[in-house]
Design a binder for this molecule. Structure first.
Ligand code: ADP
Ligand code: MG
Length: 324
């Protein structure tokens, strides 16, 4: 394990920001800290980096007890949402900076800078100032700078959060490929479930200062620990006291399935290749059902039709927290 966080608590006054956090971050993997805004992700990342101290608990980095080490002794690279590059230094100088203050030989610095700029696809911009780069290029520069000193772990706090959707998506693919090349243990904070699902090997879901679940993107999607995780990672609806995915509900025109719940289609919406139904069940709930256009057509569904709903075999489900 590259990072071991054990029993970490952190309060601001009487507000509990983190409560008994236990997380192991495997070496060489890309791990996402995912959760809604205000959940404590940045606080945890800052405690790992040494930029914030915990009230109790310990942090170990690369096998070394680090709880009371200052940030500069932890050998971590850090990239924030807002680019912290030196505005008056060229792209190449920015990347060289960390190596120069460590007094590495000139030839080594030169080679390392060239290698890193190639890795982040900024070689042709080495003489530009950061102000002459796009937002996405500046974040790639920030990453190259963080990687220059060969950190044990790379900590990224919503690094693409300030960029527009298209650039974010490009950088997300790029980060995945970069990680496949350099394999540095990386912790990536995001509130965007799609971003976390696409880039990470493992996801730690954090909500209201607590870890809700830890697992691979598939684990979390297919076997969510609770309604919160299930709802955060994808669309959900409620049927007969269970939280289900809307595409995991079978629609029948007769009450053949055992325990099927009857209702009336109150709304039918075609969106691309799918059809989204709202079914008002006879027990007074609104259930969302998603099926393919072909399937809806084969059933000849229409608003006002009577239908019977039941979970498909093998549906992902958790018991709802509130009775419905
Ligand atoms: P996230 O990164 O998941 O959005 P944060 O870790 O930034 O969440 O914050 C978690 C909670 O702790 C928030 O409610 C935030 O307002 C609070 N918080 C964070 N830093 C401080 C601070 N320095 N003083 C007081 N409250 C803070
Ligand atoms: Mg944050």
């Amino acid at each position: 394990m590259s990072i071991e966080v054990r029993g970490v608590n952190k309060s601001y006054g009487d507000f509990v920001a983190l409560e008994d956090i236990n997380v192991s971050i495997p070496t060489g993997q890309l791990t996402a800290l995912l959760g809604p805004s205000g959940g404590g992700k940045s606080t945890l990342l800052r405690i790992i980096a040494g930029l914030e101290s915990s009230d109790s608990g310990t942090v170990e980095i690369a096998g070394r007890e680090a709880t009371h080490l200052p940030p500069q002794k932890r050998n971590v690279g850090f990239v924030f949402q807002h680019y912290a590059v030196f505005k008056h230094m060229s792209v190449a100088k920015n990347v060289a900076f960390g190596l120069e203050i460590r007094k590495r030989p000139k030839a080594e610095v030169k080679a390392k800078v060239a290698e890193l700029l190639k890795l982040v696809h900024l070689s042709q911009f080495e003489n530009r100032l950061p102000g002459q780069l796009s937002g996405g290029q500046r974040q790639r520069l920030a990453l190259a700078r963080a990687l220059a000193v060969e950190p044990n772990v790379l900590l990224l706090d919503e690094p693409f959060g300030a960029l527009d959707a298209k650039v974010r998506k490009e950088l997300r693919d790029w980060l995945r490929r970069l990680h496949d090349e350099v394999h540095v243990t990386t912790v990536f904070v995001t509130h965007d479930q799609e971003e976390a699902m696409e880039v990470s090997d493992e996801i730690v879901v954090i909500n209201e200062g607590r870890v809700e679940q830890i697992g691979s993107p598939d684990d979390l999607y297919d076997a969510p620990a609770n309604p919160f995780v299930m709802g955060f990672l994808g669309e959900v609806t409620h049927l007969g006291g269970q939280t289900l995915r809307p595409h995991d509900i079978d629609v029948a025109l007769d009450p053949l399935a055992k325990g099927a719940i009857s209702g009336t289609i109150t709304r039918m919406l075609r969106v691309g290749f799918e059809v989204r139904l709202t079914v008002a069940t006879d027990d007074g709930a609104d259930v969302l059902v998603v099926l393919t256009r072909t399937h809806a057509r084969s059933l000849d569904l229409a608003e006002g039709a009577r239908v019977w709903l039941s979970p498909v075999a093998g549906a992902t489900s958790v018991r709802s927290m509130v009775a419905v």
